[in-house]
Design a protein around this ligand. Structure first.
Ligand code: NI
Length: 263
């Protein structure tokens, strides 16, 4: 196993700009094994029945129609071998360097952009999805399972935007039966001088919950596979209670299935 440690320069760059790009976070052998698990759970439509597998970019669809941005939440629930990956071990080590020794890390999402058909992931902040009354202290480690390029949907960031609070969002296209969120209206003016971050297979990008980010559509003939690991320490309560209207407006079928599964 690789002994992976961030340098002081990398850590201070992350603090200053709000994101980081690593050429390597795990081995090619590990990536190859993760791809096998990843393809299996998407082929099996794992998580469809309990609302953990849905189209992030569209309303819930009839069985058999192709999703443009299929996502599986907590993919290791359906592929437990992912929890034994070098990727998770290395990500945990990195998360502890950035957040502290108590950081918890897990494989949070799998997001697939099918060949020629993957929708773009519009500009958003991850914290727009989360509890409005908590100041999140978290990072996301975005790991492509093949090279991530401008053509197949690599990540883009706005340096310094991690200092922002949550900006106004809405469901993609204003359709409240869509789970995916995008910056709403004039909030898009905050997207200034974005930086594209292509990374080779085995590398990753890292960003915090308030960072503005975007990933392009997949215009290539190969699927673009990505795993997103989430790491956090306990958030801090905000003094002023608030709600996010875009969350109150959510009416997604997958969300109802998840709520029913929890009850
Ligand atoms: Ni995101």
């Amino acid at each position: 196993m690789m002994n992976l440690e961030l340098t002081r320069v990398q850590i201070s760059s992350f603090r200053e700009k709000g994101f980081l790009r690593l050429e390597r976070i795990t081995s090619d052998v590990d990536i190859a094994a993760l791809r096998v698990s990843y393809d299996r759970i998407f082929a099996d439509r794992a998580g469809s029945d309990d609302g953990f597998h849905f189209d992030l970019s569209g309303a819930d669809r009839e069985e058999g129609t192709e999703a443009r941005l299929p996502q599986i939440l907590m993919p290791a629930k359906y592929a437990p071998e992912m929890n034994d990956s070098e990727l998770l071990a290395n990500s945990t080590r990195i998360a502890r360097q950035l957040l502290g020794d108590e950081a918890r890390c897990s494989i949070a999402h799998a997001i697939l952009k099918p060949a020629f058909n993957g929708a773009e992931t519009p500009w958003h902040q991850d914290a727009a999805y989360w509890n409005p009354n908590t100041l999140a202290r978290s990072i996301s480690i975005w790991v492509p399972l093949q090279d991530a390029t401008l053509e197949n949907g690599c990540m883009h960031f706005v340096p310094g935007s991690h200092e922002l609070d949550v900006l106004p969002h809405r469901s993609i296209g204003g359709n409240t039966s869509v789970h995916g969120l995008e910056l709403a209206g004039s909030a898009l003016q905050n997207v200034r001088s974005p930086v594209a971050c292509p990374v080779p297979a085995g590398g990753c990008t890292i960003h915090g919950g308030y960072m503005l980010h975007y990933a392009g559509a997949n215009r290539t003939e190969q699927p673009r596979r990505a795993l997103i690991l989430g790491a956090e320490i306990d958030g801090l309560p905000r003094s002023e209670p608030r709600s996010f209207p875009w969350q109150d407006a959510w009416k997604t079928e997958a969300g109802e299935k998840r709520a029913n599964a929890i009850q």
